[in-house]
Ligand binder design. Structure first.
Ligand code: S3P
Length: 162
């Protein structure tokens, strides 16, 4: 069964996924990277050309392909926008929610033009999105991890809890 990291944009899912990947000597599947590689399109272009709904479909296809494999999965922060993805994630006992204050995340992501759902957004807009998604992260995750700490500490807590 895979180990899956969920949480808002900028929380460190890929970095922590890499630490887990090294520790367990298992591959890291970054869903965003997988989509970019398979479509040969950067994420902002997928959003622009085909719309967010299409991106969510691609996320679902990717998650379905990998979730039962023996890998570490780093998801995109919006994966909980898809009910189908939520159902898959709920069935996985190793889904970890990396939790971090939205004020900290805002400074990391609001000028990132590779993140269409964050780029140019105000703190209030991001807080609204975060509050909505928080309910889903909370509902889905097997465990909540405080990600307001050094990444090595976060990874160690995940490893100890498994
Ligand atoms: C998104 C988060 C991104 C990426 C896409 C949409 C979102 O992943 O999937 O830009 O809607 O929150 P990260 O959480 O890795 O930034």
């Amino acid at each position: 069964m895979s180990i899956v990291l969920i949480g808002f944009m900028g929380v460190g899912k890929t970095t922590i996924g890499n630490l887990l990947s090294e520790h367990y000597d298992k591959s890291l599947v970054d869903i965003d990277t997988y989509i970019v590689e398979t479509t040969q399109l950067p994420i902002p272009q997928i959003f622009e050309k085909y719309g967010e709904k299409h991106f969510r479909d691609l996320e679902y296809q990717a998650l379905k392909k990998w979730i039962d494999q023996d890998v570490i999965i780093s998801t995109g922060g919006g994966i909980v926008e898809s009910e189908l993805c939520k159902e898959l994630l709920k069935q996985n006992d190793n889904t970890f929610w990396l939790k971090c204050d939205v004020e900290i995340l805002f400074n990391r992501i609001n000028h990132d033009n590779n993140r269409p759902n964050a780029n140019g957004k105000s703190l209030n807009e991001l807080k609204t999105l975060y509050s909505k998604r928080e309910l889903s992260y909370n509902e889905i995750a097997f465990k909540h991890i405080d990600a307001n700490r050094p990444r090595e500490v976060v990874a160690s807590e995940i490893i100890e809890s498994l």
